[in-house]
Design a protein around this ligand. Structure first.
Ligand code: URA
Length: 446
């Protein structure tokens, strides 16, 4: 036990002036965040000092560990699971329903996936909101029940709980209202504190770049991916990151119930949009490698294909939904259980031609305008609204092919959103060259 005496303002001052903090100082601040000894103003100032001065990799590892240890850390050993405990985290995108397919695919391949997801805020959708659109599905079971569902179904997608990394819960709420979210050290440590508290054996990161991403420039996204992989690995969690393109919507839909429908159609093999398919299979491959379920990527890819082709991934999804209180026949009767808003309007383009660029952030904001996303953390959302048949880059749009189909509460709402959507799409004479969906892989083995 150190005999040094610490004061929050002195630690904030040292960081403000560009100093490097030690483990004792970081642990002192995190303890104070958890027990209330450090005030809201001091936490905000600390976050702003980190925002401007950054943190060394050593400091990040210490902060992630201290926040992890501020609450319960899940221990899977008493459950004697016959496979590794694996998860994926995405930096957030529009139409990103990958988790809904990925968790059951990996479960069908012998992994166990305790996925603790966030709600959407701003233009990006949240996995939790999508799951909330399933009638009866409980996104907030207690942690013991959560572990049992993971054991019996192979996967469970639930919401953040106050028991895991409570220091991050307080810090994140303050960052959210003090313009300090977009800091790579703070993002890294916030995300990893919760993943480390989940007791994982391996983590795949999907870090997005492009117009719909949280950090649009490739350089920023790559820096976040490098930071996540370095800090996680040094904290003892095997992690690989993929840098994936968010210059167009992932899949063909954006919203909540509508995205669950697309995920179920994917699992059943009824419709698999190419880019969504590539990203889902690549992340599943990474998770199987991280967990030692496959020795190389070719084997992992074959396992993923079998999980999809045999229907076992779809079965895992259905088991998870039913175990958490949702309908037992979600896979057979998705359309009955996942109703969509009744005012349906096609968003016509300004002119006929090929889609040359998409402001994907605006597509996400269009879902918010419909009531399907939040402006404030306590907003209620409408799960039935959204978009489908969303055009991608290079698609030819015109009188017979709209930019998207809009599901709204009223025709007036839909028309407002159609006008807004037109401003998100640039139309030209020729399809633009397409970049790869997965730009780079960081960390891990092949
Ligand atoms: N999600 C998190 O959990 N933390 C952040 O800092 C941002 C998004």
């Amino acid at each position: 036990m150190s005999s040094r005496v610490y004061f929050p303002q002195e630690i904030i001052r040292r960081k403000r002036d560009g100093g490097e903090l030690g483990a004792d100082e970081i642990e002192f601040m995190v303890r104070g965040m958890t027990n209330g000894a450090v005030t809201e103003g001091q936490i905000a100032a600390f976050a702003m000092a980190i925002f401007f001065r950054g943190m060394s990799m050593d400091e990040r590892v210490m902060l992630a560990r201290a926040m992890t240890n501020s609450g319960r850390v899940l221990d899977w050993r008493p459950l004697a699971l016959p496979g590794p405990v694996l998860d994926k985290h995405s930096s957030g995108g529009v139409g990103d329903k990958v988790s809904l397919m990925l968790a059951p695919i990996v479960a069908a391949c012998g992994g166990f996936v305790p996925m603790i997801s966030g709600r959407g805020l701003g233009h990006t959708g949240g996995t939790l909101d999508k799951m909330d659109s399933i009638p009866g599905y409980r996104t907030t079971p207690d942690l013991d029940q959560f572990q049992q569902v993971v054991r019996t179904s192979g996967c469970a997608i639930i919401g953040q709980t106050a028991d895991l990394a409570p220091a991050d819960g307080r810090l994140y709420a303050i960052r959210d209202v003090t313009a300090t979210v977009e800091s790579i050290p703070l993002l890294t440590t916030s995300i990893l504190s919760k993943k480390l508290a989940s007791g994982l054996d391996g983590l795949a990161m999907d870090v997005k770049f492009g117009s719909g991403a949280f950090i649009p420039p490739i350089e920023g996204a790559a820096e976040l991916a490098e930071s996540m992989v370095t800090v996680a690995t040094r904290a003892g969690l095997a992690t690989t990151a993929l840098l994936t393109d968010m210059n167009q919507v992932l899949g063909t839909s954006a919203g909540n119930a509508i995205e669950v429908r697309e995920a179920i159609a994917y699992l059943k093999g009824e419709a698999r949009e190419t880019r969504l398919d590539i990203v889902t299979r690549a992340l599943a491959t990474e998770m199987l490698l991280l967990g030692g379920l496959a020795n190389d990527s070719a084997v992992a890819r074959t396992m993923v294909e079998q999980a999809l082709a045999s229907g076992s991934a779809a079965d895992c999804f259905a088991r998870m939904v039913s175990a958490l209180g949702g309908p037992a026949d979600i896979a057979e009767n998705a359309e009955r259980h996942l109703s969509l808003a009744s005012a349906v309007v096609a968003a016509a383009p300004e002119r006929a031609g090929a889609v040359t660029t998409i402001d994907v952030r605006k597509v996400g904001l269009a879902v918010m305008m419909l009531g399907g996303g939040r402006r404030r953390a306590d907003d209620r959302i409408d799960h039935s609204v959204g978009l489908d048949a969303i055009a991608g880059l290079g698609d030819h749009v015109g009188p017979d092919r709209p930019l998207a189909r809009i599901y709204a509460r009223s025709v007036e709402d839909a028309q407002d959103v159609a006008a807004f959507l037109r401003s998100a799409f640039d139309i030209g004479d020729r399809a633009p060259p397409q970049g790869p969906v997965i730009l780079r892989r960081i960390g891990g083995r092949s």
